[in-house]
Write a protein that binds this ligand. Structure first.
Ligand code: SAM
Length: 353
């Protein structure tokens, strides 16, 4: 293989690396490669974010979903899950609890439903009025341009919609044929056009994904340049068609975080719950690989276990908002500190700050 240090240094300088070269690097990466990539990624992140890690309070507002993603425990066909939708008061209370703990950035996430346009607009407006200075992120799947427009107008700043895989044929194998890669990308375009800070992202180690698909992620993201990128290992969920597949590797996830950091130096990259659920030290290892966001869970405890997108999902301890001190300690131990500000993308000037 070509000198991997030179390849990674080229990436750190913002140069494009050929996808075949990257495929080889990903396929043959050993601990040396991963550590060198992580060291460069930390350097790059330090430049824009210092030793700060942004915290966002995550509220899982509903686990009802009309989609059929083969990997996800919330898929419509799964009757083994107890379905819930939080009331507006419950969401507002969860956010108020987070606000009192110091959070100034909230993420409302849920399954994809198409009868929630008004409901979410009203909820967003309410939260925006109650907490004018906070950042509000929505993550409620694919919606029409008009729905995204209304939610933006109601006060949403950001939207998370992972593309899941940048390879169209691979996307088709992870989803039923009535789900469309092109429509998902169109949604990401619409979000951008509407002035959202948008989050794309992908799973690492989903079935049939190899080094070539992972290298394609880098190429794809370097073109799209989303403000946020969520990267987490695939974890099987026992009530899904993908229950029997192997989980994604933590090491490969960390390498991908580092490569994405080198590709998009200013991006907001979370150390995801899937990473923390796969490794005791997943959060700090993610930060040491170049991540700069953590999203502790603020969902009311009575339904927290029902948001079962994969088996063994962590939502207590340092993964929860009430465990924020534990999380802060973990970050301090590796030389980082929590930041509870809005945490906008460095190029982004929020209109409603
Ligand atoms: N419904 C919204 C959407 O589709 O964007 C947001 C909620 S969805 C549950 C959030 C993310 O969970 C997905 O984008 C996917 O990457 C991740 N996810 C779902 N099932 C997973 C699994 N088995 N392992 C790892 N991540 C998973």
């Amino acid at each position: 293989m070509a000198d991997y240090r030179e390849i990674l240094q080229r990436m750190a300088r913002g140069e494009r690396v050929d996808t075949e070269v990257l495929t080889e690097l990903i396929a043959s990466a050993d601990e040396d490669v991963r550590e060198y990539a992580a060291a460069l990624a930390r350097e790059v992140a330090q430049e824009y974010f210092g030793n700060g890690v942004y915290l966002r309070g995550l509220v899982e507002i509903s686990n009802r979903c009309s989609r059929g993603c083969y990997y996800c425990g919330l898929r419509a066909e799964n009757d083994a899950v107890h379905r819930y939708s939080l009331s507006h008061d419950e969401v507002a209370e969860a956010c108020a609890e987070g606000y009192n703990l110091g959070f100034r950035s909230f993420v409302l996430q849920g399954g994809e439903m198409h009868n929630i346009q008004d409901d979410v607009a009203i909820l967003t407006k309410r939260l925006r009025n109650e907490m004018p200075e906070v950042a509000l992120t929505l993550s409620l799947g694919e919606q029409s341009y008009e729905t995204y427009r209304r939610w933006r107008e109601a006060g949403a700043d950001r939207y998370l919609l992972r593309h899941e895989t940048a390879t169209k044929s691979h996307y088709q194998r992870l989803h039923p044929e009535w789900m469309s890669y092109d429509e998902r990308l169109e949604c990401l375009d619409n979000l951008h056009a509407l002035g959202y800070q948008r989050g794309a992202g992908f799973m690492v180690g989903s079935p049939w994904q190899g080094a070539a698909e992972l290298a394609t992620e880098i190429d794809f993201l370097s073109k799209m340049r989303p403000e946020m990128v969520g990267i987490g290992p695939f974890i099987p969920q026992s009530a899904t068609p993908f229950a029997v597949y192997e989980r994604g590797s933590v090491e490969q996830t960390l390498l991908m975080i580092s490569l994405v950091r080198l590709t998009l130096p200013k991006a907001l990259i979370p150390a995801t719950t899937a990473l923390a659920s796969s490794d005791e030290a997943g959060t700090s290892r993610g930060v040491m690989a170049g991540a700069n966001v953590v999203m502790p869970n603020l969902t009311p405890r009575r339904v927290r276990g029902d948001y079962a997108i994969y088996d063994g999902k962590k939502s207590y301890g340092s993964e929860s908002a009430e465990g924020v001190e534990m999380l802060a300690e973990q970050l301090f131990r590796v030389g980082y500190e929590p930041r509870m500000t809005r945490g906008d993308h460095p190029d982004f000037v929020p209109a409603n700050k």
